[in-house]
Design a protein around this ligand. Sequence first.
Ligand code: ZN
Length: 237
Amino acid sequence: MNALELTGQARTHVVEPPGLQCLMHPDAASAYLAMRESAARSGIVLEAVSAFRHFDRQRQIWNAKFRGERPVLDAKGQPVAVDSLTEARRVEAILLWTAVPGSSRHHWGTDLDVVDRAAMPEGYAVRLEAAEYAPDGLFGPLTAWLDRHMRRFGFFRPYVTGRGGVRPEPWHLSYAPVARSALAALDVETLAAAVRGHEVLGEATILSRLPRIYRRYVRTIDHAPRMRSRWARPPAR
Ligand SMILES: [Zn+2]
């Protein structure tokens, strides 16, 4: 991936897999389709509610939160009144749940937020909250299935423990073989070039803190367990 692809400013590294209404990196897409097929045999209908996300979309989300037009939540999920915060604090508050435009793993096309369509009652609005993915939650069986099988297809969860800056996101999966090299290729300078002069609110604050933001929110993830040899093989059809 080149700098524009790594920061979501291009779509040259993603495709729309047949039958799915989202964009993914081709390698992640074939692994995901194989995993989806396997899950279906266990009665789980995997659905990606978010996969590739363009820089412009991430900026729209970021700027809406910065302006207080979209809720900003604290670590407990309670709304924060952003207009009462200094710019620096506002940036920190948003970072808890939202990546700086250019730094989202969704830019790579390797990461997706998944639900189990089969478990959802009609008209159910997905909240993407930890409780839904807990053992007694609506998506508890999905969590258990993924725990057991996703590794075989190359997927892992980069935000499990919240040990980085990002809150735990049990719905967020990442395709390790490609995401690993994307992470290695994305450096602070590439990220700075994406933010600078691209109408990201709080730009000056973000740029002045970028090395720390990068360490804490981009580099600090729950890494994939050591890849087994079977990961290296193309997923079974
Ligand atoms: Zn996600």
